[in-house]
Each structure stands twice: as C-alpha cells, then as structure tokens.
Design a protein around this ligand. Sequence first.
Ligand SMILES: Cc1ncc(COP(=O)(O)O)c(C=O)c1O
Length: 387
Amino acid sequence: MDHAATTSTDVEVVKAMEPYFTLKYGNPNSIHSFGQEAREAIEEAREKIAHLIGANPAEIVFTAGGTEADNHAIKGIAWSNQKKGNHIITSKIEHHAVLHSCQFLEKRGFKVTYLPVDKYGLIDPEDVKKAITNKTILVTIMHANNEIGTIEPIKEIGRVAKDAGVYFHIDSVQTTGHIPVDVNDLGVDMLSISGHKLYGPKGVGVLYLRKGTKIVSLMDGGAQEKNRRASTENVPGIVGIGKAAELAEKRLAKGAEDRLVKLRDKLIKGIMNKIENVRLNGHPTKRLPGNVNLCFEFIEGESMLLNLDIQGVAASSGSACTSGSLEPSHVLLAIGLPPEIAHGSLRLTLGKDNTEEEIDYVIDILPGIIEKLRALSPFKGNWEGLK
Ligand SMILES: Cc1ncc(COP(=O)(O)O)c(C=O)c1O
C-alpha cells in the first residue's frame, strides 16, 4: 500500500521492453535499419504518451524521470526568459524536485513566491492572480499532492496564468495515468510525468512542452529529442513508458478510478470507525483515488510503519529521517498541523492490484498496533480542534 512511492512494472510493459535490450538494441540515431527499428519504437511510444494526455507527439520530450522533467521545465523556462523577468510562483507543498529547483534559482537572482494552502492543501487561484507581477515568467503547481492526495484547481489556475501571459507548468507525476489528464482542457504549457508511478519502469519520464514553448536545455550534447534533451535515448525505458501509457488509458476507460475510490473510502471509514482521535489529511473528495493519509494522536509515524511492515503491509509516513533528526513533512506543516501531530502521520496509497481483502486486513490489524503504541507513548498534545 505504497503506490505513491512506486508501482510494479506491468508484465506487459516488461514484455514490450525486452527486445530493445537484446535483439533490437540499435542506436535510434543510426541510419541503418537496426537504428531505424529503435527510432520507430520511440516514435510509437511518443504517440501513446501524447494520446493519453491529449497532446501532439511533437510536444513530448523523453527525460530520465519526473525529477528531471520538473528541473528541465523550471530551470529551462527561467534561463530562456531572463530578459523578460525573474519571478516564479509555486506553492509550499510541492515535491522537492520543484521546491529545490526554485531554491536553486533563488540563489542565482530569481525571486520565488511560495503560495500557502488551506487546511485541505488547496491552492486558491485568486492567490496566484494576486502574486503575478510584470516580472513573473512561470507558475509551477502540482496537479495532485503526493503525500495528502489533494487535487489542485489546475484549470482555474491555468486560466489565470494564460490571462497574464505567463508560462504554466504542472507536476503531473501522481496524476497522469490515474485520473483523466488533458493538456488542453487543463490549459498547461508544460507537464511532468514519471514512468515508475504508472506501472512503467524507473528512470524514465516525460516533459510535455506545448508547441512554441522555448526552454534552454539542461543537457549540452547531441541533437536528440529535437535539441530539447541531449543523450542517446533510453530506448527500452521509452518503449516501457509508452506501453504503460497505453495500458493506463485502457484502465481509465474501464473505470479503474472508481474501483480505487471505493477501496480508498472503505479503508478511511473502516479505520476512522475503529480508532479514536484520527484525522484525515487532505481533501475528503478532491483527492487522488488511491490516497489515504491519516494522523494518529501521540504516535510516531515510523513506529507505525515498522509494526505494519512486520505484519506484511508496506506503507509510508510524512516524516523523513534525515541526518538522525526526524523532520515533519513540509506538506503537513503547510496545512496547519503542529509538528507533534504531523509526526503521527500514515500514508496508505492503493494501486491496481490491491484487493478488498487487503483493505479488510489493514482495518483489522491497525487498531491493535495503534493501541499498543499509544500505551507506550509518553506524549500528550493539543489534539482537540484538529479533528
Ligand atoms: C509529485 C512528484 N513529483 C516528482 C517526483 C519525482 O519523480 P521521479 O522519481 O521519477 O524522479 C515524484 C516522486 O516521488 C512525485 O511524487
């Protein structure tokens, strides 16, 4: 139950990739037929990705993952628009691939506005409008948050950016392949995708670049990807993400989303009915189909994870153990949780292969784990009012 961290590579994806490691290993930039065979496979994958997000294949640039796509979009626009302006707008709850790219640019003379979010993690499009100045060159906002699952009002923010003539990038790593995503409907100029979040391989991603959007490439080298991303293409990876996109489109058409929403809501209800002093983080309905994020009073996230792991459940928590000190999640702090409550967070993210029996199993074992940990806990905190 940790699909927001990564997903399994679909067996059909692995099958599609395999020949491009062995028999069909040509360099797609070679003139001979082995090269052209690989070239054709890349172009087929480009079409599949474009189809999934309503784009033109020429607008698809393959990268080495979601992080690279985010870096490329943000720094690429910044470097190519320096004469126009030096102001970027983002939010406080972005993934570190976005936040750290913005911090990198701040150290080099750019100004960044980090917009606040409400208690559900929602960004107000009016705040975006108010933050735009004549120096603003880019708005970069995530489609849905990877921790609390909140889906942002992207269409509304897209309209604000368009009216102001500002480029608009979204991090769609947690949404493409999981909910409908259409670049024209959403009104975005750039969009990031990661292969390993949609049952494709790790280390491959996509940057959608709307026609006419000029970015400075982060990589200097050959003319691959029409000069937008140098380096010999990762042919098996690209074939894999293409196949994953094709399968995701089929799953969405069959209502995979609705199945997950039912499982998600059953899990939330089951846990909240059985355990006291639990808080649901994120928006109750504007949330990713498979995302459950809860805070439990007086408990450390890590101890919950270890106990769940012993009983065969892989989950995640909002705390990251860095250099020996437990830092509460920047996302949970941004929605207004005090650090002692943010430390008690548990994220369960469901995927296509989770079953109803597995949901029942977690609802069954979690109360015992929480009871045991609470009995051991020396903490008392300000819980009232946070529910
Ligand atoms: C919202 C979001 N953006 C970007 C990334 C980074 O993607 P990748 O692991 O492909 O670099 C992740 C991965 O956790 C993510 O959840």
